[in-house]
Design a protein around this ligand. Sequence first.
Ligand SMILES: Nc1ncnc2c1ncn2[C@@H]1O[C@H](COP(=O)(O)OP(=O)(O)OP(=O)(O)O)[C@@H](O)[C@H]1O
Length: 256
Amino acid sequence: MSTNDQPGSTPTQTPEPMIEAVGLSKFYGDFAATRDVSFTINRGEVAAFLGPNGAGKSTTMKLLTGYLAPSAGVARIAGYDVGTDRLTASRRLGYLPENGPLWHDMTPRGLLKFIGEARQMPAERLRQRTDEVIELCNLQAVLGKPVGKLSKGYKQRVGMAQALLHEPDVLILDEPTSGLDPNQIRDVRSLIRKLGETKTILLSTHILQEVDAMCNRVVFIDEGRVVFDGAPAEMTQQGASMDERFHQLTGASAGV
Ligand SMILES: Nc1ncnc2c1ncn2[C@@H]1O[C@H](COP(=O)(O)OP(=O)(O)OP(=O)(O)O)[C@@H](O)[C@H]1O
């Protein structure tokens, strides 16, 4: 955003790529989990990463975060190659992995301390940010419990808290509302909408209503390949509903 732009105004600058997949492929033997996946998410965009089960969403997200090494292609976060400049890229990035946080024996506060120290956050800033993310993600009620004993919804919130701890400006969220009850879904959607005012976000989901609720961009993947990339309105143009388009884009594999 240029210095003249006010929050809520239309940005006047050229787009700034914050999440870039450039020809990303991941092979397991002969099987391609993703094949030549390319897209760019610019600063200020909240993008839905859609696709059926097994389409390659989590794999692509792991490639983008540097959690997995690609068989071919390049991933960049805020312009930094995650293969060659992983530490710098990871300072700009918060990642909610698909199965929530690891380290199930730690309490939420212990886990946040561990992650903040691993990120080499200064002690005072870590203390302050820990309090802030506990509040933001509503973790007060479970601070004394081991993460492994928490409900799915609270595990997701702890995952979200660790992703936000270092105040990254890019977020990659793998199914942030999966397994949550309707109240929790509402809370997480509203949190993401709020975060989307200042951050660039890529979130995966199966829930088509989430696109309208949170996103201004859709990247659709099927059988490891990008089959649609555009605005939500383009996806549903010509009177087709999101459901119908999902079915069209996934061909025979939809609904299996
Ligand atoms: N380590 C692995 N070894 C072999 N195949 C794998 C491995 N990891 C993922 N796959 C396969 O790659 C494909 C893509 O998986 P991925 O988890 O990326 O899909 P997804 O779109 O996230 O699915 P879902 O929506 O069900 O979470 C699937 O067929 C999966 O079985």
